[in-house]
Design a protein around this ligand. Sequence first.
Ligand SMILES: Cc1cc2nc3c(=O)[nH]c(=O)nc-3n(C[C@H](O)[C@H](O)[C@H](O)COP(=O)(O)OP(=O)(O)OC[C@H]3O[C@@H](n4cnc5c(N)ncnc54)[C@H](O)[C@@H]3O)c2cc1C
Length: 400
Amino acid sequence: MSIDFEIDERTDGIARRTTAFVRDVVLPEEQASDGNVHAGPEPLRRRLQEAARTAGVFAPHVGAEWGGLGLDLRGQAVVFEAAGYSLLGPLALNCAAPDEGNMHLLEIVATEKQKERYLRPLAAGEVRSCFAMTEPAPGAGSDPRALATTATRTTGGWRIDGRKWFISGADGAAFIVCMARTSGVPGDRGGATMFLVDAGNPGMKIVRNIDTLDQGLFGGHSEIVFDGCEVGDDAVLGEVEQGFPYAQVRLGPARMTHCMRWLGVARRAQDIALDRAADRSAFGRPLAELGMVQQLLADNEIDIETGRAVLWRACWELDQGRTAAQHTSIAKTYVSEAVNRVVDRAVQVCGALGISGDVPLSRLYREVRPFRIYDGPSETHRWAIAKRAVRAARERRAVR
Ligand SMILES: Cc1cc2nc3c(=O)[nH]c(=O)nc-3n(C[C@H](O)[C@H](O)[C@H](O)COP(=O)(O)OP(=O)(O)OC[C@H]3O[C@@H](n4cnc5c(N)ncnc54)[C@H](O)[C@@H]3O)c2cc1C
């Protein structure tokens, strides 16, 4: 089967409109803000999303039935990268994490009634959401099987107990997709179920908003306690005990959409470095003519182009309906590290200016670092990539 990376006319049009929209509308808003949106300033979100709607670039990833533009993952790769050029671009297009991943999950797994109640307002930008998997030690982290939050049967529903942390966007979210164990014990392979928990549930409480290196995720990252949190049977998302497979439905594409958005940031960092290298002279010539600066700039181009290639490869596979476990792991690991290298080199090219607030590089620098940890740390992905490679080699040997 040939790999098709052709960008059709419609996608190209949306990408061009997104580029213009980010340049003309979003970047001025970003420059006017101090870069910290953890407190979730609602008027800013509403204003940007209304403008995106007017520009015809709102919700590019969601099906037309839910008010979106219905792009496949290869189409999203082009448009999300254009949106990611500003830290506020994905929020404006309503394709930022964690909402974008939750929309995808709900579109695939939710009942029609749940879609009307949760997906429709989410896709329209009327509400925000979050996804709660990670727990403080010894609970779920890199190893989801350590899941310790429990959901036990009650008459007509479930009672959820446990503690989650680093839950992005929780503060101000209308609902939470919560992973809880409905059977077995921490360490078991299965036994997880997803629940839709409304923000007003008295059994659920945000106990703190965590102070973190990054500041650009709307709503920040919270620690949440579920203490006798009662929900009905209609709160179960999909089927009971299918939580881990559903997490993969969400995480495979969600890892790729993170790569898309962060590639936009890498492009922006490189553009800043290219401008500085052309304008600033040292030792009688522009920085751009000094060999070691050229190496930094060239390595950035190589990282961006290679990252985009492995990302598009994984997206193509997902668009074929495959799980693409190996290629999404490769893309996530490569792009998360490449983006960090690109921003770091851009800072170096700009010298002291690079770490000042006069250019946005220092903002980009702190935003990209956590990407090497969430959606699976690099080490966890490398471990899984090697295991799959070894298994495939064994299978090849067995048929020889
Ligand atoms: C900014 C940010 C936002 C987040 N948002 C969310 C969210 O919205 N919802 C949510 O549920 N979670 C979220 N998380 C949590 C994130 O998913 C976890 O941090 C991640 O899964 C790693 O888990 P952990 O932090 O418990 O690290 P641990 O599991 O304690 O791992 C620590 C380190 O151990 C090493 N390691 C792990 N596995 C292996 C291995 N197999 N081989 C070798 N070394 C290994 C890695 O170096 C890893 O970084 C977020 C995290 C951050 C930083």
